[in-house]
Write a protein that binds this ligand. Sequence first.
Ligand SMILES: Cc1ncc(C[n+]2csc(CCOP(=O)(O)OP(=O)(O)O)c2C)c(N)n1
Length: 638
Amino acid sequence: MTRTNFIPQALPAETEKELQNLCHQARGNILKMTSLAASGHPGGSMSSLEIFALLWSQANVDPAKPSMKNRDRILVSHGHTSPAVYSVLGVLNFFDLHEAVVSFRLAGSDFEGHIERHLPGIELTSGNLGQGLSAAIGMGIADRSNGVKNHIWVVAGDGENQKGQISEARRFASKFMMNNLTYIIDLNHLQISGDTADVMPVNLRAEFEASGWDVVEVDGHNLGDLYKTLRPEEQKKPRLVLARTVMGKGVSFMENKAGFHGRALKKDELENALKELSIENNMEELAAERKSFLKSRTTSCREEPAYHLMKNAGNSITYGIDHKGDNRSAWGKALVSLADANPENIPLVFDCDLAGSVKTAEFAAKYPGHFFQTGIMEHHTATMAGCSTLADKVSFWSDFGVFAIDETFNQHRLNDINHTNLKVVATHCGLDVGPDGKTHHCIKYVGLMRALPNYRTIVPADPNQTDRAVRHAATSPGNYFIAMGRSRLSTISRKDGSVFFHKNYEFKYGAADQFRTGTDVAILAMGPTCEKAILSAQILEVGGISTAVWGVSCPTEISEEFVKNLLQFKHIITVEDHDTETGLGAGIALALSEAGNSPPLTRIGVTHYGMSGDAEELYTMQGLQPEQIAETIIEKLS
Ligand SMILES: Cc1ncc(C[n+]2csc(CCOP(=O)(O)OP(=O)(O)O)c2C)c(N)n1
């Protein structure tokens, strides 16, 4: 088939014929693969089919070089239309079509129920509806920042557009003039529960026009018309294409029936459908092949993506022993220093209306072209920032803890699944937020992040460790979540009074930091409680209790070796400005019980929602002051 790259004004007649044939065969394959799997979504697959076929056959994408730098991007937000995506990409030689048909949804197959980005041609693993537009925008601004000139198409379902995150995304696209973006809605008017207008009416045209988009309509099954409408041309605004389609298109008894949204055809239905399409029924052979299909993989990700990293960690900043500063200021300074040190590779930084508080304002003033003010649109921002890193950028998103993680957990989960490379810097974590009260106390973040295997979590003890942790994250692959409070902290010192995280200190992910040595009890502290743990050790020493203190900056990565070391103590105490049920204490409890023969453990931390008040008073209320920690330990030892 001729790939036009959309250069001619109209789709050449020959190509249109070939595409019609492709779509016809694909209809058969959609039905066969879903029936073989006895599950899947044939209805929407058949309505989106011509859109997929046209885009992947005509845009600037290359099955031989699926990751080429200047490619156009085609994203599918309604990932349940995987049968259509596989049927199109298979014919276009992105991968083996026969294998896709035979092994669809089979454990060990590459062809999962919802599309996966480990397959050539697929930009995004999707399936959580409503996130595809944000993902595409993230890739689009990263491409723009890298000087790539391309076009980006995103295809979505119409029911899907009930989702709120899409409103956030379309505002962002308009504000940042994404004039190379086309969003195509498969307007088949049906979703699982029936007519979209009955389930939840949305005036798509009015809503997008009100957000500053151009809106056009097209017959979504007419390849010639689709070509003209989807063809990139001088756009002044982002463009919405409402593609009028028919669910189940091509098989008379399936057309316009919501029941076929997510149900495979039964044997007799399939026979009738294939007859109507005049397509060979070879289901017996295919079923036999499926039975003997050799699993090609056992893990859920075929290979680690080629992460884009900052090369130069810059000159670290060391804060002196008399310095009393907040970690968030150290983060803001490290960010500017990293950007200064990497002029060819300045990161993208996203803010949700809190730049002054989260300390990205200095970066914003110095690098305005790399700073994105996204307003109070955290769901969109989490996805967009994450997916911008899939297009050769390092990106930071800084926000208050409760918005950076609690608010947006599922967006991070999709980032996690997509192996993004996002660095989330969450300030205002813990009771340390103080007077803003319980809605703003982020006290569950360790537990939430522990649930995401492809995010690393760091809770630095002081501004020096913050500085190095930020540089480490920028120059290391994968997602990071760096959590910090709001208040000023003392510089952590050695017993001799020198700076603990000194100028030659380098952050090593997973390493615990031993602040004090001792033989009776071990206190493990995290973040702002490190300073308090050291003070309580001093009190205990006076009372004759020899106390070791460690800072555990990586609470979701506790090494066996470290835990083995703890078994020699009479008692272990964890201290954290975090919920003890899900935080450091919980992680240590698990690690100790796995090690066996563990000494008793006492978890000191947040045990109930805090209230509004001075942070130090809130700590007192939860027994987190040095004297209280020491008292608890004495009580436990007696
Ligand atoms: C966030 C989210 N909520 C719910 C679902 C479950 N779900 C899968 S498909 C679907 C209906 C989608 O309707 P539409 O976008 O119109 O797609 P079509 O019916 O055309 O295939 C729902 C609710 C999901 N995948 N993601």
